[in-house]
Design a protein around this ligand. Structure first.
Ligand code: ATP
Ligand code: LTN
Length: 333
């Protein structure tokens, strides 16, 4: 049986970027990949690499759990759990910190970018973030890790850590493979299509669409998305980043190729295109929001998280014992 692992940080409400780049993939794969056990978690330990307010963090953790289910993850097929409830993640993190080098951490683009935007002190964990991410993945011997484009470098470092550990201590970890969607791996901001749509960056609310945004607001955000002035629906990332981003969103949500969309809208103006896209997004989000409201305060949600935690714990503990043994920690058993 193969394994698949991925996670999302509860640093804010989830955006359409998280949905297209990550969750939608998880949902498609759960139906396509047979013979693979899924572990999808809420990366709350990763969230505190930057300052969080305690009650907001609590709320965000639950909200992501509910959204996983509302978006279609099937708890019968997927182990859904909260990272901090499995202490082995933090334990293996330390082993990974003792496997990777500081220079490797300092080269990470996400670290360099986030460091710039911090106003308070930069937390040590922001630098060592990839060690925890490697632990998340290697603890479960994941074969597959679905991620957006921005996580490619972290995954590469996870592979380095696994190879290095295996070389130093003997074969221990499976080398994971990243799975990046062909369309939608990097959804850009609606107001600022040169930067990725992000849930935690301090930007105007019109730049991102939240999965739980009011649907009227969603439609308006699409309609007021920044485009250029030539009114030609054509994909050209360099010269027409705004419309190219909207085409990407359209294509990712409908599975209509960008080429076919260009053809369909070749005689239309941006107004018609945006209005159709607004309907597509609203139709996608409407059932998700209904299910979200139904489940967010339910006991069912806690039961799902308990079940996911118990299964994850079993595998994680077994793996960590093996790792400690290989490294020579503690006493011989
Ligand atoms: P933050 O803004 O706090 O850095 P984030 O949304 O970028 O958060 P995560 O919550 O950890 O980061 O992302 C979860 C998943 O969503 C990852 O696989 C990431 O690659 C993907 N993702 C995030 N933003 C986008 C985006 N704009 N387009 C496509 N995928 C995205
Ligand atoms: N670093 C990721 C979130 C994340 C993750 C993981 C993704 C933490 N641990 C393990 C895949 C597998 C991010 O910032 N998007």
């Amino acid at each position: 049986m193969k394994r698949l692992v991925s996670g999302i940080k509860p640093t804010g409400d989830l955006t359409l970027g998280n949905y297209i780049g990550a969750i939608k993939q998880f949902v498609n794969m759960q139906n396509e990949l047979i013979d693979t056990e899924f572990f999808i978690f809420i990366a709350d330990l990763h969230a505190i690499t930057t300052p969080q307010e305690r009650l907001v963090l609590r709320k965000n953790i639950k909200s992501i759990a509910a959204l996983y289910i509302a978006c279609g993850l099937d708890p019968e097929k997927v182990n859904i759990f909260i990272q901090s409830e499995i202490s082995e993640h933090a334990e293996l993190n330390y082993i990974m910190e003792s496997t990777l080098y500081i220079g490797e951490m300092e080269r990470m683009i996400q670290y360099k970018e986030k460091k710039e935007s911090q106003t308070e002190g930069i937390r040590t964990s922001l630098l060592t973030y990839p060690a925890l991410m490697a632990a998340d993945i290697l603890l479960y011997d994941a074969n597959f890790v679905p991620i957006g484009e921005d996580q490619k470098q972290h995954l590469e470092l996870t592979r380095t850590a696994a190879n290095r550990f295996n070389f130093l201590y003997g074969d221990t970890f499976t080398i994971p493979e990243g799975i990046i969607p062909k369309t939608g791996a990097r959804i850009m901001g609606l107001q600022n299509p040169e930067q990725k749509m992000s849930k935690s960056a301090d930007k105007s609310a019109k730049d991102y669409i939240l999965l739980i945004d009011d649907l009227k607001v969603v439609a308006n955000k699409i309609k007021s998305a920044v485009t250029d002035s030539d009114n030609l629906v054509k994909f050209d990332k360099e010269n027409k980043p705004g419309i190219s981003n909207l085409l990407t969103i359209f294509s990712a949500l409908t599975n209509i190729s960008i080429k076919d969309l260009e053809e369909k809208y070749k005689d239309s103006n941006y107004g018609t295109f945006k209005s159709d896209l607004a309907n597509v997004v609203v139709d996608e989000l409407s059932p998700i929001q209904n299910k979200y409201n139904e489940i967010i305060n339910s006991k069912e949600l806690d039961d799902i998280l308990d079940k996911g935690r118990d299964r994850a714990k079993l595998i994680a503990r077994r793996k960590l014992d093996k790792v400690y043994h290989k490294v020579g920690l503690g006493r011989k058993k």
